[in-house]
Write a protein that binds this ligand. Structure first.
Ligand SMILES: [Zn+2]
Length: 157
């Protein structure tokens, strides 16, 4: 995926949900639409919070699709490398396969601070303090029924 300068205003959450339904079930479209949220739309800590919060998309099924969760978490580089270095904690592996929804929910992820920067709630370092990758494309290979289609729709937002 790549970002474009095409922007569209969204008056409500139902409009966002229509976008997801269209992305999942609609015809293939060229280009990548981007959206901007206006009005009194709630501010979310990060994409995981936006997807799962009852005032966001309220898609709690994300906790049951480990790869979908992990791809979104890692696409947006939400794991603080200072607090969760890969491969160090064998009791809580970086890879999400086999984790329970509660274990996924326990991940400490970067969250937007009042200044609008992603900050680790544990060590208070900013995401920009690290040389984190900023992806604009995703090639995902994961098994059947792993939530790939919904993943693509969620990242489209
Ligand atoms: Zn941290």
């Amino acid at each position: 995926m790549t970002s474009t300068s095409t922007e569209q205003s969204l008056p409500s959450l139902s409009h966002v949900l229509d976008k997801i339904k269209d992305a999942v079930h609609g015809p293939v479209k060229r280009g990548v639409p981007t959206v901007s949220l206006q009005g009194n739309f709630k501010a979310f800590k990060n994409i995981i919070h936006f997807i799962t919060d009852p005032e966001g998309l309220a898609l709690n099924s994300l906790w049951n699709f480990n790869r979908q969760y992990q791809y979104i978490r890692d696409f947006y580089s939400l794991v603080c490398p200072n607090c969760t270095p890969q491969g160090v904690d064998f009791a809580n592996p970086y890879d999400c396969w086999g984790k329970t929804p509660a274990q996924l929910n326990d991940d400490v992820l970067f969250a937007k601070n009042p200044a609008g920067f992603y900050e680790c709630p544990n060590c208070h370092k900013l995401q920009s303090d690290f040389n984190m990758p900023r992806y604009n494309e995703l090639i995902g290979v994961c098994g059947m029924r792993s939530g790939k289609t919904m993943l693509a729709a969620l990242i489209l937002l």
